[in-house]
Design a protein around this ligand. Sequence first.
Ligand SMILES: *[C@@H]1O[C@H](CO)[C@@H](O)[C@H](O)[C@H]1NC(C)=O
Ligand SMILES: *[C@@H]1O[C@H](CO)[C@@H](O)[C@H](O)[C@H]1NC(C)=O
Ligand SMILES: *[C@@H]1O[C@H](CO)[C@@H](O)[C@H](O)[C@H]1NC(C)=O
Ligand SMILES: *[C@@H]1O[C@H](CO)[C@@H](O)[C@H](O)[C@H]1NC(C)=O
Ligand SMILES: *[C@@H]1O[C@H](CO)[C@@H](O)[C@H](O)[C@H]1NC(C)=O
Ligand SMILES: *[C@@H]1O[C@H](CO)[C@@H](O)[C@H](O)[C@H]1NC(C)=O
Ligand SMILES: *[C@@H]1O[C@H](CO)[C@@H](O)[C@H](O)[C@H]1NC(C)=O
Ligand SMILES: *[C@@H]1O[C@H](CO)[C@@H](O)[C@H](O)[C@H]1NC(C)=O
Ligand SMILES: *[C@@H]1O[C@H](CO)[C@@H](O)[C@H](O)[C@H]1NC(C)=O
Length: 505
Amino acid sequence: MRFGFRDFAVAGALLATASHAQCPSYTTYSQTPHDPRSSGPLALPYMRPDPACRTFNSTAVEKVIEDLKARLKDPDLARLFENTFPNTLDTTVKYFNTTENLAFIITGDISAQWLRDTANQFAHYHSLLSVDPKLATLVKAVINNEARYVSEYPYCGAFQPPPESGLPPTHNDWADGVTVNPPVNNQTVFECKYELDSLCGFLKLSRSYYQATKDTSFMNANWHSAVDQIFRVINEQSQPTFDDDFNFISFYNWTGGGGALSPQVNNRGNNEPKAFTGMVGTHHRPSDDLSTFAFLTPANAMLSVELAHLADVLDDARQAKNVSRFARQWSRTIHDAILNSTILNNVFAYETNGFGGRYVMDDANVPSLLSLPYLGFLDKNNAAYVATRKLLLSNKNPYFSAGKTFRGIGGPHVDPWHPWPMSQISAIFGTDNDEEIVGSLYLIANNTNGLGLIHESQSIYNSTDYTRSWFAWANSYFAEMILDLADRKPGLILKENKSYKPGRG
Ligand SMILES: *[C@@H]1O[C@H](CO)[C@@H](O)[C@H](O)[C@H]1NC(C)=O
Ligand SMILES: *[C@@H]1O[C@H](CO)[C@@H](O)[C@H](O)[C@H]1NC(C)=O
Ligand SMILES: *[C@@H]1O[C@H](CO)[C@@H](O)[C@H](O)[C@H]1NC(C)=O
Ligand SMILES: *[C@@H]1O[C@H](CO)[C@@H](O)[C@H](O)[C@H]1NC(C)=O
Ligand SMILES: *[C@@H]1O[C@H](CO)[C@@H](O)[C@H](O)[C@H]1NC(C)=O
Ligand SMILES: *[C@@H]1O[C@H](CO)[C@@H](O)[C@H](O)[C@H]1NC(C)=O
Ligand SMILES: *[C@@H]1O[C@H](CO)[C@@H](O)[C@H](O)[C@H]1NC(C)=O
Ligand SMILES: *[C@@H]1O[C@H](CO)[C@@H](O)[C@H](O)[C@H]1NC(C)=O
Ligand SMILES: *[C@@H]1O[C@H](CO)[C@@H](O)[C@H](O)[C@H]1NC(C)=O
């Protein structure tokens, strides 16, 4: 390379800023189909933005797209992969500066960075970090930006651009009239809903970066401070609502004002009481909706998995022995508590309160019960998972619904008759049954409203009624699933029955 690595990245940041003004908003762009169409029966449009409007370029990513276009049997699936795999880099890198080691990644149609979304928006690139140093530097900058957020506001999940970027903060109508304790600054925080899995997302992104690169330089003071804050939250939120003397314990509470969240959160913003189980409570779900009961099983499952990874990474890097010991202990406690207190008649509850209260349901947003194998918590053949999955994909789950052309699991974030394609992706990750996999795959492919991107939800009554044309996480999750199948079940989707692994030539 003629230019030094740093020069290249700085030039990229300048171009991204320059193109920002001239390029069409991708929210608009993603609502109409663009030519050329794929040659399959679905005739799916080409939805990548003009090269000049892309927010980050990666040759490794382009290579994977070319590889899969040549290998996939179905040209419609190839087009979906081509549109979705690069979507995060094409559209969501709002700011990146290597010198500052900062990057700001938006969720898609909302100009804010969610910890959970970001981790998922990059999950399908992990195997490329070892072959594309520029992409690795971007992920490191994302981790550093998030480490600053988490060390200051560990209870919040969505954030404003770093001040160094010069980007203006976005006003959040849904945060108007909200009182949150501990209080937050709206120049840094976009929304302070406490969602346990946000912290898991930060941990997952960190350890994936390390696993791919073995580079320890992301473990700076910011990062260690963020990890300490995560343990503070774990300690605080695993405590029961009352101590032995009936002192009321509240470390976080959220009260909504005009239209912010209805109904208002009961018990002065604390929601339903909880007893000690060994799990860690949350206040909102991965959907940003209010929890019914505090102990969200799938978020705890993800936490248990990510704490074990954290311990491995710290030990491997010979850092913070005290933290790694603590992480391993908590991982085991949470794991045991899930098995001890959430399963009844072989079925996992989505939420529990430690008093015997349990809510049997699932929500499409990951972490979900359906995604427990994807999260790495258990094997897809685990008896309780198999039984739970069967229930969740039936009318025994209040948020499952089915129509003539689409079915799946949704959630109260939209409503019960708008299931999410994301739930069908989780379903694929959780089975080895070819027929089920192909069924789910074409439910998704058939339901993009002819737009060739993965949407948030799809009505079961009306095939043209969907939500969110630009939802980067869903696009990434779809592409990650195609790569999983290309490795695990190549004969199902590839011309040749031979495993494909990205980043391996
Ligand atoms: C990156 O950050 C450095 C240090 O703040 C600054 O000097 C440089 O201008 C920034 N580059 C871009 C492209 O913003
Ligand atoms: C990506 O590459 C195109 C040329 O193919 C260029 O116009 C664009 O500015 C690049 N984007 C960034 C962020 O470097
Ligand atoms: C921050 O809060 C102040 C006071 O409520 C409000 O006037 C301002 O619009 C908010 N800023 C953003 C970016 O939301
Ligand atoms: C709300 O949380 C704060 C800590 O952030 C705590 O001091 C306060 O007592 C709590 N209030 C209620 C009503 O729970
Ligand atoms: C681990 O030890 C360091 C250095 O003594 C300390 O700053 C940090 O808070 C400890 N972390 C935990 C989780 O106990
Ligand atoms: C699980 O339940 C058993 C029996 O009730 C109890 O002895 C054990 O301490 C529990 N473990 C956890 C982690 O809650
Ligand atoms: C997808 O659409 C095709 C063509 O309309 C149809 O044959 C197929 O049954 C559909 N698949 C699913 C799972 O809905
Ligand atoms: C179906 O949904 C579209 C988009 O929301 C709407 O314009 C149309 O009126 C709906 N059709 C019916 C029959 O409700
Ligand atoms: C692909 O090969 C595997 C074993 O090598 C076999 O089990 C599977 O049935 C084959 N799939 C197809 C679609 O031929």
